[in-house]
Design a protein around this ligand. Structure first.
Ligand SMILES: Nc1ncnc2c1ncn2[C@@H]1O[C@H](COP(=O)(O)OP(=O)(O)OP(=O)(O)O)[C@@H](O)[C@H]1O
Ligand SMILES: [Mg+2]
Length: 286
């Protein structure tokens, strides 16, 4: 192991010595993402500063077009910001390096809105869940057992009845379970979920959200959960950031944001929440 350098201590050592909090999992510094042309610019993300602490679930809420998915793609390195910096565990994303991208993919996973977009229709459940293990170099004989275990974890049982099915032979909820199994296959430390349940009907939605809460408990990953649904955010998140037109207009601990919203836009969103109870909200308070 490397000895700490007493002349140039690492930022972590400085933080420890000065009693500052642990290094955030993710930091966004002045993030801007502009699309469109010079004459007709679209500011999808317009100056976002945000830290995500290790172990927390942060929900990003906001109406359609507010820049949530763009932010998800910037966080996960799928796109580069026009300006600003994305730091993962204190270091800038280094998407030009293949080795770095491999390492990053092991630690960070993105779950998209609709499983029909993210699952290859020509691949079986077994093959979809096995893919990240294969890429990571897990030997074939171990992979089979790991896939079996992963399907069990996301409650697709019995294994024999699901492993050889194609996505079209699954319900929407079952497909999203496959996507989640694949996302947790390499035990990521950080999960970014972009509207993971918005394509599902309400009963299935709560099942998937509860599964995600269970998995979070079990694997202790950090999560950014993107949703236009404040009810979902309330049931899942420790903290909520509210986005409007590319900016974060308000942020705070979940309960505080619900009890005492400061920004008019947050109040507007809160008025639109149809159901404040629900299983997921109870799941958090129990
Ligand atoms: N690749 C792109 N090219 C041009 N404009 C884009 C692109 N991606 C997003 N935008 C625009 O950026 C803005 C933010 O889009 P984004 O998809 O991030 O919003 P969102 O909050 O995820 O919305 P939704 O809730 O509908 O998913 C929108 O005006 C969108 O039209
Ligand atoms: Mg979106």
């Amino acid at each position: 192991m490397l000895e700490p350098d007493p002349v140039n201590p690492s930022p972590n050592l400085i933080a420890e010595a000065s009693g500052l909090a642990e290094q955030p999992m993710l930091s966004l510094r002045g993030i801007v993402k502009q699309y469109g042309s010079r004459r007709h610019p679209v500011m999808a993300v317009d100056g976002v500063d945000l830290d995500v602490a290790v172990g927390e679930t942060l929900a990003i809420v906001g109406e359609s077009g507010s820049g949530k998915s763009t932010l998800a793609r910037l966080i996960t390195g799928l796109e580069r910001p026009t300006a600003g910096q994305v730091l993962f565990k204190g270091d800038p994303l280094n998407v030009d390096s293949l080795a770095w991208r491999r390492d990053f993919a092991r630690q960070v996973q993105l779950v998209f809105q609709s499983a029909s977009y993210s699952l290859n229709p020509l691949k079986t459940v077994r093959s979809a869940v096995e893919a990240p293990l294969r890429v990571a170099g897990v030997p074939a004989n171990e992979r089979a057992a790991r896939v079996r275990e992963l399907l069990d974890t996301v409650e697709l049982r019995p294994y024999e009845s699901f492993a050889d099915r194609y996505p079209r032979q699954l319900s929407g909820g079952q497909r999203q379970r496959v996507v989640i199994a694949r996302a947790i296959a390499l035990r990521p430390e950080f999960l970014v979920a972009d509207e993971p349940v918005s394509s599902l009907d309400v009963s299935v939605r709560n099942q998937i959200l509860n599964l995600m809460l269970d998995l979070k408990e079990q694997f202790r990953f950090t999560m950014v959960l993107i949703t236009h649904d404040l009810g979902v955010a309330r049931g899942m998140a420790d903290r909520i950031a509210v986005m409007q037109a590319g900016k974060i207009v308000e942020r705070g601990p979940t309960q505080q944001l619900f009890d005492d919203p400061q920004h008019p836009y947050t109040r507007l969103l809160l008025e639109a929440v149809p159901l404040l109870g629900g299983r997921t909200a109870q799941a958090q308070s129990s």
